[in-house]
Ligand binder design. Sequence first.
Ligand SMILES: [Zn+2]
Length: 309
Amino acid sequence: MSTLLFSHPACEQHDPGPLHPENPGRLKAIMKTLDSPEFSGLLRREAPRAEHGQIARVHPDSFVHEVLAAIPDHGDRMLDADTIVSPGSGEAALRAAGAVVAAVDAVMAGEADNAFCAVRPPGHHAEPRQAMGFCLFNNVAVGALHAREVHRCHRVAVVDFDVHHGNGTQAMFWDDPDLFYASTHQFPFYPGTGRAQERGVANNIINVPLPPPAGSAEFRQAMRDCVIPAMTRFEPEFVFISAGFDAHADDPLASLNFVEEDYAWATQQLMELARSACGGRLVSVLEGGYDHAALASCAAAHVRTLMRF
Ligand SMILES: [Zn+2]
């Protein structure tokens, strides 16, 4: 048994332009690091395309068609002020969501202990009817609902340590007591949601806003005191991580001060929780991270920990 890495070359063909922080170089940096001999033990698979019906568990079918219809044949098109699509974006978005679905299937089939989906565009800002914040489809939510509907994992948890609040995932999980979402994030900050008082229909949402310049101590305290206890009580049958690495001190978009070791530590905590709650079933999905060197080393620390199952 081991850790599965899902990605696809198409995820490097989504190109919002040379000045955009969410550019193909991010994924190239991660994949280059994961190509080093240290990671030769990773199982590697190409992400399949998500089927429309799998995405439509999260987004209305009409929205899926709208997004794919908005993909230009040449040049680029803005879906909002910072969400830009290029000719390769549709295929990338389908592979990104499909990676998470396939990762769930593989972990449920016992083909791997856990999995990391190195994909883009990211997903946690995508609301049911709104692409935003560099995100088209909410990849992690697509995986969560797949785990529930196909594999009968009734109670599903997503932990999101991206520096931005995952407004999209929160919106999708809000009304369902069997879906749990916990986020640590810079606040106040984009997208404006994620106050501690936002708790969901059944205290199934946990938000820990962190004011800058919060770093390792504040993050670990938030995980230890808030996220882990609430998630342990929730008793998840499948655990997902929205793994954004933009809370790192070197990240150009945000002002928190996490370091590589924090991601290894948090990953370890979540693996232990998953082990006692649900046999270790865990799928992690890339979200943000915009300093390429920090992104690559944080993703490496994350995957290195996943491999020590
Ligand atoms: Zn982010």
